[in-house]
Write a protein that binds this ligand. Structure first.
Ligand SMILES: Cc1cc2nc3c(=O)[nH]c(=O)nc-3n(C[C@H](O)[C@H](O)[C@H](O)COP(=O)(O)OP(=O)(O)OC[C@H]3O[C@@H](n4cnc5c(N)ncnc54)[C@H](O)[C@@H]3O)c2cc1C
Length: 345
């Protein structure tokens, strides 16, 4: 949405394609913030704002400057040549530049009680983001459960001890997958307790009270019990929404799109990526908006025939010129090589 606001204000007539509401694909137009309630950390809203209201403001701002919206699922992309081709359920779209902002999805356990309220307690005691939801009043001075055994789980558990009365890490094995440094930090924290060899079966509660407990099963004895708690954080990782781009664009081992770091350029000139789809670390609305702004400015530069820095360090223009990473040489689209000397004799 931020990339649309910037490119629309730059008179580039952006088309924003977002998936329609679909329970099977688990999509809601507007993205992840459409499925949350209070957003307390987005700057500019001192009293907080509901996720869907925030996205509505973003949309109105993008519309104001002329963004065109298309609510369709993209099935296939062809990024080998420009203009790039996108195939949706009903249309074929051609684009000189593409900004990928397809986000990432938290992995869920698939147990009863986990779904979004009113079908479960998602948003009413169940969360997949401690940074987002941990500071909310509903979780303060409460007994909280974190499910998982990797770095994400250790990070979430450690973070939650700032607010919770006690944090219980439920892990299905007798040892963690997390890196040693993250494990040590969690083991040293007196507010964290580990429930080993334990499998979550169901999150229980009432719609008035929210979560009241989690049903657990011992992997050793098979014994089942209800463990009392007031919040459950699922921390078993995220999946970037990049299946569509596999084999066409550079990604890391998990599937996050690789960008330059200094810019949002991918390895394909003219294709940029912003937000959670290229960010396995921060995954926040404000960082998604920040990189959205960067990608718009990068796309503007590219369309203005200016050089854009690629992940390899070289700079590339829309016309196929390359500037070497050391900035010493310019290689034209036809292969001629010139020194990149600002003061030729
Ligand atoms: C429950 C919850 C609460 C959160 N709370 C906070 C919070 O309080 N504060 C905060 O800063 N962050 C919060 N976050 C994180 C925040 O929502 C994300 O960091 C942010 O939404 C990322 O934005 P994005 O545009 O990169 O991706 P997304 O919001 O994931 O949007 C990606 C969009 O692309 C669409 N898409 C994907 N594939 C296709 C396709 N093939 N065709 C068409 N469309 C496609 C998706 O349907 C989606 O609409 C929360 C996340 C969740 C899940």
């Amino acid at each position: 949405m931020t990339a649309a606001i910037y490119t629309a204000r730059a008179n580039l007539n952006p088309l924003l394609i977002d998936a329609p509401a679909d329970t099977e694909r688990q999509t809601t137009p507007g993205g992840q913030l459409m499925i949350t309630t209070d957003v307390e950390n987005y700057p500019g809203f001192a009293k907080g704002i509901e996720g869907p209201d925030l996205m509505m403001e973003f949309r109105k701002q993008a519309e104001r400057f002329g963004t065109e919206f298309l609510e369709e699922w993209i099935n296939e992309v062809e990024l080998q040549e420009r203009p790039f081709t996108l195939h949706t359920d009903n249309k074929i779209v051609k684009a000189e530049t593409l900004i990928i902002a397809s986000g990432a999805s938290a992995k869920w356990l698939g147990i009863p009680g986990e779904a979004k309220t009113p079908n479960g307690f998602g948003g009413n005691g169940v969360s997949a983001c401690a940074t987002c939801d941990g500071p909310l009043p509903a979780f303060r001075n409460k007994r909280l459960v974190v499910v998982g055994g990797g770095d994400t789980a250790m990070e979430e558990a450690t973070f939650l001890t700032r607010y919770a009365s006690r944090v219980y890490v439920v892990h299905r094995r007798d040892k963690l997958r997390a890196s040693k440094i993250m494990q040590d930090k969690a083991f040293r924290n007196e507010k964290i307790e580990f429930l080993w060899n334990t499998q979550p079966l169901e999150i229980v509660g009432t719609h008035e009270q929210g979560v009241t407990g989690i049903r657990l099963k011992s992997a050793e004895s098979g014994e089942e019990r209800t463990f009392e708690c007031e919040g459950v954080f699922i921390a078993i990782g995220h999946k970037p929404n990049t299946d569509l781009f596999k084999g066409q664009i550079e990604m890391d081992s998990v599937g996050y799109i690789r960008t330059n770091g200094h810019s949002t350029a991918t390895n394909i000139p003219g294709v940029f990526a912003c937000g959670d789809v290229q960010d396995s670390v921060y995954r926040q609305a404000v960082t998604a908006a920040g990189t959205g702004c960067m990608s718009a400015i990068d796309a503007e530069r590219f369309l203005d025939h200016l050089p854009v820095e690629m992940p390899s360090g070289e700079e590339v223009t829309m016309d196929g010129e390359h500037i070497t990473p050391d900035h010493q040489l310019i290689i034209t689209a036809t292969g001629e090589v010139f020194p990149n000397d600002p003061h030729p004799e």
